[in-house]
Design a binder for this molecule. Structure first.
Ligand code: TZP
Ligand code: MG
Length: 212
């Protein structure tokens, strides 16, 4: 387990096995990491607990090998069970404050936000970073709220913790985040949905570095 200090949020990969279309999760993640992914969030929306646990263990082994932080979406219990680096919570999940109390100071708590109020609340609840979105149209998640680059910039200016933009970010639109000063981009399909996952990560990483 890595310390929560000095995490590089630059290219934050969120998993979705549907997007992989039958391709192997572990080798796909290894390719993404080789391409420059700096954080992995395991997101399993329709997976039984035992299967989620087994997958998380395998991903943990991989991320430990590459010394990349692993964050578990929603499931604090699974994060603890497999020794993940943290948990990512939405507005309808366990309160960040509660997760912080359970996890202590050494693990990461991330919170999804879409307004200045939610961002400020997440920070005061003890979040280590926030995800902000959706910036662009996404086919990966339904019921997203729209966050314009202008609002993203305002949110970034309202908190001190790292801010990661999410939602429909790809090679063609990442430049629209120029000037927002975000700490990273979180991506599913623009990496895992591509045939050459390593190359997709590499070029997105380069594009983000250009504006950062
Ligand atoms: N939260 C807000 S948008 C989103 C999540 C998990 C999906 C992002 O996926 P993609 O494929 O990068 O648009
Ligand atoms: Mg959630």
């Amino acid at each position: 387990m890595k310390s929560n200090k000095n995490i590089n949020f630059g290219l934050y990969l969120v998993t979705d096995r549907d997007v992989l279309n039958g391709r192997d999760l572990i080798s796909s993640l290894a390719d993404a990491i080789k391409g420059g992914v700096s954080v992995v969030q395991l997101r399993e929306k329709h997976t039984a607990s035992r299967d989620f646990y087994d997958i998380a263990l395998a991903v943990r082994e991989l991320t430990a090998r590459y010394d990349i932080p692993l964050i578990i979406n929603d499931r604090l219990d699974i994060a603890q069970a497999i020794g993940a680096d943290g948990v990512h919570l939405g507005q309808s999940d366990l309160p960040a404050q509660v997760a912080r109390e359970i996890l202590g100071k050494n693990q990461l708590v991330g919170v999804s936000t879409a307004t200045v109020e939610e961002a400020v609340q997440a920070e005061s609840d003890g979040a280590d970073y926030i995800g902000v979105g959706a910036l662009f149209k996404t086919g990966t998640k339904s019921n997203t709220r729209q966050v314009t680059p202008e609002l993203l910039k305002e949110i970034k200016g309202s908190v001190e913790i790292p801010v990661v933009a999410i939602g429909g970010i790809n090679h063609s639109n990442v430049e629209e985040l120029d000037g927002t000063s975000v700490d990273g981009i979180a991506v599913v399909s623009a990496i895992l949905g591509k045939e050459d996952i390593k190359q997709a990560a590499k070029s997105l990483h380069a594009k983000f570095q250009d504006i950062n």
